[in-house]
Design a protein around this ligand. Sequence first.
Ligand SMILES: O=C(O)CCC(=O)C(=O)O
Length: 385
Amino acid sequence: MSEAAVVSEGYGEHEAAMLAYREAGEARARALGNRGPIRFSADGSLHPDIAEAYWKHGFYVFEGVIGRDELADIERDVLEILDRAPTEPGGKVDRHGRPALASDGRGGGMAMVRPLSDPIGGTDKNNGRHPAKMIEPTPPADSPEWILQVVGGSLQFSDAALRLYAHPDLLAVAAEFNGEDFSPFNEVIWIKHPRLGGSVAWHQDGTTHWDTPKFHRGSHGFNFMAQLYGCNAANGLWVVPGSHLGKADIRAWCEAAGSDRLPDAVPIICDPGDVAVTNRQAVHGSFANTSDQCRVTINFGFHPRASVIGARGNGIHAPGSEKVIYDEDRVRQRSRVLGLAIEARRQRFPDETPYDYQPLRGQVFEWNDTARESLRGYNLLDLGI
Ligand SMILES: O=C(O)CCC(=O)C(=O)O
């Protein structure tokens, strides 16, 4: 992906420490033993070695999940989204002066950040779940004021992301970790621009079940993180292995570390087409991307149904959800997107056996222009917990 010809000054005074941290982190990551192709046992269940490694470390890297044609579809859609994105927060026009994507307020959202900034660490945004500020390197002199970092409600802007959402092997993994009646959560695309991408301060995603009888190692579900261009220690997400088992005092951890470089964290290392699965309870975050490599992550998450039904919305993913108690009807409405995705995928990859999602069994979905239009604003029913 080509970007403005900006020159990075790296992490400035922190550059040497960052280089050493990345190198040591990558070595620890590669020693964990939580990566490889998706493998199933003879009875169709996920291979127990994979499940064991996932539940031990809180994340796993599935290698080589997405084929070349599908990656090309995704890249085409992402480039189109970038071309049609607003140029500033709330902006109505794209860089060509046309109406920008999502500017009609009908759903989806284009979250923009200042280059290399941490817009959220140390604030009370997102229910205060990002308690410590990340280091903000100096942006290149000629960088733009704002860059697009997160595309919310992404399935309404990208057919390719919608089809990936229905990947049969990934949905089989979702059923393994969350039960066959797993519930949808939300979907976004993270774009970490080379030399400009902002950081995402350390956090644990889940906000609902920590101190309740419903808490368990997977109570807040997981996110799939599919990589278009791959990711590495400089531009990728970092995770603290094993931290999904309880609430962490992230502020104290950063104070003890004396910086944002948590000593036990490891980077998720992926090639193009690899898909990480990350437990939403794991402590994770990403640093400002001072590297020359762009990261594009197609994110989509799922929860155990029992964690969602009866839970109050967290107000983070769908505005106003903090006033709502999720019920079967809301989960059913939100699951319709998966029915459409499975049909859209079947049309594009007719030789593949479509995933048979248990809660929608017997229902028929059509995928066409009308169905695509019906996705506008689907994310207003996101099921954040
Ligand atoms: O991809 C990133 O940099 C951040 C992702 C993240 O924090 C999340 O999905 O919760």
